[in-house]
Design a protein around this ligand. Structure first.
Ligand code: NAP
Length: 311
């Protein structure tokens, strides 16, 4: 028989670890499934300068190490396995990771979201070295530089507008000749003198892996097939995010964009006793600090739920 836990936390980004710190300090002895690749999206960034409390900034992976140590200090049990199935149809809830199944009276889902990538080999190699998926995180490093943004949706326009405040020039590469972004965002981008559009085009190659930094991007015109090499210092991929909710389809109510639906202003999901924190339920702010904030909310809500439903 599996041991019954008070709280199981699935995911180990800022939301998951913050939930663990709060739950552990409330004597809920949380069990966390951190996943094999623990730490979430900050493991893919370099310097983080907008997380409060670090005057000189901190490297993303180092910040997650600090989060992890703080969660362990308060006796969070961490299992470095990927959860493979959940059963939220009745309490106690069941969480399976490979061969083990654990039961819990409450669950906090903090599996995050993943930025969609172009799929080029150089993109992974230069991630954090000129390639980024987050202008608010990394834009500051491209002051007065030439920047390229890929995508034609609201995220791409938002990134381009943000980067135009910092960079010398922002080129937006879009695969069609019309934008998907809302009219208001389009207008703002079209009006901005620093933003230029490269239509009907796709990023073909990112240079220069041998140098370990982005020096140029090769863009191919999809209508004519003509390639062109553009010198840029930064490439921001803004082609959307995918919430990590595959496990929860049919278990929790999801929004049409596949993010977990929560009661506004709370972390309560469609199943009482299951809470969702961080980017898995946030398609608006998507910041480490907001994820940590909702992780705290989820732990406090789980604690209150357990007081009202002790078994
Ligand atoms: P999105 O609306 O799905 O747009 C993704 C964009 O990336 C599209 O233009 C798409 O091209 C392009 N794209 C997708 N895959 C690509 C690939 N492999 N290669 C090249 N281009 C690719 O995603 P989003 O912009 O992240 O927005 C998601 C949701 O959040 C939307 O509902 C949006 O309105 C909302 N949002 C709102 C705001 C705001 O209002 N301030 C800010 C951000 C996001 P196609 O157009 O050709 O499909």
């Amino acid at each position: 028989m599996p041991v019954q836990r008070k709280v199981i936390i699935i995911g180990s980004g800022p939301a998951g670890y913050t939930a663990a710190i709060y739950a552990a300090r409330a004597n809920l002895s949380p069990l966390m499934f951190s996943g094999v690749q623990w730490g979430g999206q900050l493991m893919l960034t370099t310097m983080v300068e907008n997380y409060p409390g670090f005057v000189d900034g901190i490297m993303g992976p180092e910040l997650m190490e600090v989060f992890r140590k703080q969660a362990e200090r308060f006796d969070t049990e961490i299992i470095a396995e990927d959860v493979t199935a959940v059963d939220f149809s009745r309490r106690p809830f069941r969480v399976t990771a490979g061969n083990r199944t654990d039961e819990a009276l409450s669950v906090i889902v903090a599996t995050g979201a993943s930025a969609k990538l172009l799929g080029l080999a150089a993109e992974q190699k230069l991630m954090g070295h000129g390639v980024s998926t987050c202008a608010t995180c990394d834009g500051f490093f491209f002051k007065d530089k030439n920047i390229m943004v890929v995508g034609g949706g609201d995220s791409a326009m938002e990134e381009a507008l943000y980067l135009a405040r910092l960079g010398r020039k922002v080129e937006v590469v879009h695969r069609r000749d019309t934008l998907r972004a809302s009219k208001i965002m389009q207008e703002r981008a079209f009006k901005n003198p620093k933003i230029e559009f490269i239509w009907n085009s796709a990023v073909d190659e990112i240079l220069d892996v041998a140098k370990g930094v982005v020096t140029a991007v090769r863009v191919k015109n999809l209508k004519t097939g003509e390639p062109s090499e553009r010198p840029v210092d930064g490439l921001f991929v803004a082609i959307g995010h995918q919430p990590n909710t595959q496990l929860f389809r049919g278990q929790l109510e999801l929004l049409p964009n596949e993010y977990i639906k929560v009661v506004p202003g709370t972390t309560q999901t469609s199943v009482p006793g299951v809470f969702a924190a961080g980017d898995v339920q946030d398609h608006t702010y998507r910041q480490a600090v907001t994820a940590a904030g909702t992780g705290c909310m989820a732990a406090l809500e789980a604690e209150r739920f357990l007081e009202a439903h002790p078994s």
